[in-house]
Design a protein around this ligand. Structure first.
Ligand code: SF4
Ligand code: SF4
Length: 178
């Protein structure tokens, strides 16, 4: 390497460092040039169609289970009871947002549009259990008892003939094996 090339390399090194420092100084001095967001004090506003955490507007949910059947990763758990009016009532609607991949398929199939994406994306947790969202309060022991009673058939009055078996099949466990 000749002296000329050597001096040229030194000049290039000094010039590129000065150029970089000029940009650094500009960002350091001019607040309008700041692009770093001071998260979590400053939160990023997601785009309008961002698919964040799911929300179920429970009063509008008909417990059809379409969302759970459609979910490719089985992260929606649904339990329900059927009332005397034949309407289903949710007793459990859980979404595991730790497993959810925010594909939006469940929202697409929901017939009442009660299942929606929110713009929520913050859920730092210490345990996986905290990532399960419960949309229905667990029923109290009294409520569960009342629901079980509702589901049980009315006891036949004393002396009445036993109710006919509508299926015509012999109940399990009563076969004639001896
Ligand atoms: S967004 Fe996708 S992965 Fe998440 S619950 Fe709905 S269907 Fe399942
Ligand atoms: S698809 Fe909609 S209405 Fe049906 S169970 Fe899911 S959230 Fe409820």
């Amino acid at each position: 390497m000749g002296l000329k090339q050597y001096l040229k390399n030194i000049w290039e090194a000094v010039y590129t460092i000065a150029l970089g420092m000029k940009i650094t100084a500009r960002y350091g001095i001019d607040p309008s040039e700041e692009i770093t967001q001071q998260y979590p004090e400053e939160k990023r506003q997601p785009a309008e169609r961002f698919r964040g955490f799911l929300h179920n507007d429970v009063p509008r949910c008909i417990a059809c289970t379409m969302c759970a059947k459609t979910c490719p990763v089985d992260c929606i758990e649904i339990e329900f009871v059927t009332g005397e009016d034949k309407k289903r009532k949710l007793t459990r609607f859980d979404i595991n947002i730790g497993r959810c991949m925010y594909c939006g398929l469940c929202v697409e199939v929901c017939p009442t549009k009660c299942l929606t994406h929110t713009d929520g994306y913050e859920k730092a947790s210490l345990s996986r259990g905290e990532l399960i969202l419960h949309f229905v309060e667990p029923a109290s022991a009294e409520e569960e008892e009342a629901q079980e009673k509702e589901a049980e058939p009315e006891p036949a009055p004393a002396g009445a003939a036993p109710a006919e078996n509508p299926s015509g099949k012999e109940p399990e466990g009563t076969g004639g094996e001896n």
